[in-house]
Write a protein that binds this ligand. Sequence first.
Ligand SMILES: C[S@@+](CC[C@H](N)C(=O)[O-])C[C@H]1O[C@@H](n2cnc3c(N)ncnc32)[C@H](O)[C@@H]1O
Length: 369
Amino acid sequence: MSINVPETTEFTGLSPEALLERVLGACLGMMDVAAIYIGDRLGFYQALARNDSLTPSELADRTNTNERYTREWLEQQAVSGLLEVENPGESPEERRFRLPRGHAEVLTDRDSLWYSVGLIRGLIGSSLALPSLLEAFRSGGGIPYFDYGADIREGIADGNRPMFLNLLGAEWFPAITDVHERLSADPPARIADVACGSGWSSVALARAYPRVHIDAFDLDQASVAAAIRNVAAEGLADRITIHREDAADPSLAGVYDLVTIFEALHDMPRPVEALRAMRRLLAAGGSVIVADEHVSETFTAPAGDVERLMYGFSILHCLPVGMADQPSAGTGTVMRPETLDRYARDAGFTDVRVLPIEHDFWRFYRLSG
Ligand SMILES: C[S@@+](CC[C@H](N)C(=O)[O-])C[C@H]1O[C@@H](n2cnc3c(N)ncnc32)[C@H](O)[C@@H]1O
């Protein structure tokens, strides 16, 4: 197909050459994402991290993969700067490849705040739905969360886990002084963790506050199963109970000192109903803490990396998930503070604040009243 640009049209923005350069950079980025996905899923990075250096056949033996494919991947990783080659002048079969220590942290250390593979898997998982997504754009329908499959679910879990385990109890909650004091005190506080996913926020809360009891809720069966496994493996099943329940279910009622919802409100088709249900869960004086994306307060274009990342996930995943169940508010990943404020007040909260907790990706809100 060729497009005739009217002669009177003036070019604005980038020159064709500069834009093509940018698009090529994006293509290389997408190839990095796919190649990192391969390296993680096949255990290549893990094997390289356990050894000083490996030849293609040594890596293939250790990972039960084909030598020819493995060699091509190693060379692709080396030319892309993710691996180093000890002896580039040797024959292809004898070359030894090494994963630098700092790279190993980003690519293999699930506990590190620098771990990136959750994001990679989330992006691959989002992209797998592209054929259904085109249909959703045309029809106005959506794509149910579980249709995206394991990469999204496990990618979100692995992406958020290091933040929960490293920051929640050490920085985020101690910064909310009265909540921190209540969770540390007797009688033991009760927490409802709504849309808990694979349960890592609940684990982090239970680790940080050894007295608290937590009921954690999620709708997605596979997430609930993973949360039950994770909580049991952490030895916390006596203090965390996982429920497969809709946060917007009007029959949910309880007496919780705190209700939390991490990175999930914008995915919900009816966020006001969900917040109303959370408000009902609260004991007198309790509050809801919402952690959601740290997007700009107003629309600006072009914008920075965080905004681009959030809009990217919005079109690929969060908006279609929210649109899967109609009627839908159609929020998408880019839920601005003004939108949250409106949802919270419509749900009956009278006090809505942004908390002074600094994070590149998340903004924290406290809803009460
Ligand atoms: C982006 S994930 C976040 C999971 C987890 N909070 C985290 O931070 O890792 C969104 C989660 O919201 C859950 N969810 C969406 N709507 C829900 C609802 N109405 N009730 C309970 N969970 C819901 C999904 O099943 C999914 O696990």
